[in-house]
Design a binder for this molecule. Structure first.
Ligand SMILES: Nc1nc2c(ncn2[C@@H]2O[C@H](COP(=O)(O)OP(=O)(O)OP(=O)(O)O)[C@@H](O)[C@H]2O)c(=O)[nH]1
Length: 385
């Protein structure tokens, strides 16, 4: 296939891909939709970059306009891919800096083409593109946590490879002294560059699709596992993890304790200050408790104004001390809503299991009884059964 037919096909593929992405993007959560929009727009710009070469080949656009415009659009599209990655990961990027890079690309191309500085044009364009691909690769590799998300690493390495190839292209005229003046020039650096860009375009699209799927999975996992208000575990996940912890404790013959925590007179907070104040109070309690717990402790919103804490390897006496620490932490933390200080205290029921059966419903039942006792005996207190 001759290069111009290939570029025509790439133009059509880029436009088709962008159209498809724009069509499906609105169904996704907001941050994913934003990332997809930037990605589609980036793809569209890259498609126009290929289209300019085709138009120049058909003598529909002057060669110099095609060369300068294509590179500017190509780098612009690459910048938008970087924006898409940052948006998907909800990370900061400076619109002004990126716009500055884009404008610089356009101006430097116009100048070097006008003045006939081909060598400078190749070096500047290749270095700029290498830098943007490096930024993409850095953003992707940084997004990959220690476990899972291998697709971020694969895509990051792909972007890094393209960045290295472009860097070679940037330094090549300096070393060999033979500038590359046309995209279709037959030399190994030029062929390597365009192969890398073309392969990167196809593989990059595939990888980006997989990244979107990965992000969607993470979003669904978040929705299914965490309470949307307090951002701590919900009851379902807590009970699954607590059951695993109890199995582990049975094998090791270790004690496990459960705290059931309930906000005192919470109905009054809602009734006197409104539901939004009640919601803010729930968040305040969750934050205060979380700050006072160990990393290993399991903490969840059980429902309504009730929270649960599972304390692994913790005997009853120690659990009682922890519960009292949590109660005092809440009492002293205070809660301010608007201009008002609203008193917020909790009652806590403590139960412990240190011999079979290590049964979740049994320990939960006992902690509920203890909580009832704490409420009956005056609230803002800890009770044990
Ligand atoms: N704002 C808000 N209120 C909630 C939420 N879930 C449950 N509630 C409210 O929590 C209140 C619980 O009230 P009660 O069960 O009577 O308990 P209480 O007023 O805390 O009294 P004691 O537990 O006996 O000290 C109810 O008014 C519920 O509407 C929530 O997500 N947000």
């Amino acid at each position: 296939m001759d290069p111009y037919t290939l570029y025509t096909l790439l133009t059509l593929a880029s436009v088709g891909k962008a159209g498809l992405i724009l069509l499906v993007a609105p169904q996704y959560p907001r941050r994913i939709t934003r990332g997809m929009h930037s990605w589609a727009l980036g793809g569209l710009m890259m498609g126009m970059n290929f289209a300019l070469f085709v138009l120049a080949a058909r003598a529909l656009v002057p060669e110099s306009v095609a060369l300068g415009g294509a590179v500017t659009l190509g780098i612009g599209g690459t910048i938008l891919v970087f924006v898409a990655v940052q948006e998907l990961r909800e990370r900061f990027y400076s619109k002004f800096v990126l716009l500055g890079v884009f404008v610089f690309t356009a101006v430097s191309n116009a100048y070097t083409l006008y003045a006939g500085h081909n060598k400078l044009r190749i070096i500047t364009n290749s270095a700029l593109a290498a830098a943007v691909f490096f930024m993409i690769s850095y953003a992707l590799l940084r997004s990959a946590p220690p476990s899972g998300r291998s697709i971020y690493r694969v895509t990051g390495v792909l972007a890094l490879t393209i960045s290295v190839v472009l860097a070679i292209r940037a330094v090549n005229p300096l070393i060999l002294g033979s500038p590359i003046v046309h995209p279709m020039d037959e030399n190994w650096v030029q062929q390597l560059t365009y192969s890398a860009i073309l392969i990167g375009n196809v593989l990059g699209s595939l990888c980006f699709g997989l990244i979107v799927a990965e992000e969607l999975n993470a979003e669904l996992h978040q929705l299914a596992s965490f309470d949307s208000l307090t951002r701590i575990y919900n009851r379902r996940v807590f009970e699954n993890l607590a059951t695993e912890e109890l199995l582990r404790a049975r094998t090791k013959r270790e004690p496990v304790s459960l705290l059931m925590i309930d906000i005192d007179h919470f109905k009054q907070v809602n009734d006197s200050h409104g539901h939004a104040a009640g919601d803010a109070a729930l968040v305040r309690v969750a934050e205060t408790m979380e700050e006072s717990l160990r990393h290993r402790d399991l903490f969840c919103r059980y429902g309504g104004e009730e929270f649960g804490v599972l304390l692994p390897s913790t005997a009853q006496e120690q659990a009682q001390r922890i519960a009292d620490r949590l109660r005092l932490a809440m009492m002293h933390a205070g809660f301010r809503y608007g201009e008002e200080d609203i008193p917020l205290t909790v009652s806590i029921g403590v139960a412990c299991i240190d011999r079979p059966p290590y049964d979740l419903s049994l320990i939960k039942h006992n902690a509920d009884r203890a909580l009832y006792l704490a409420k009956q005996t005056g609230r803002n207190r800890v009770a044990v059964v």
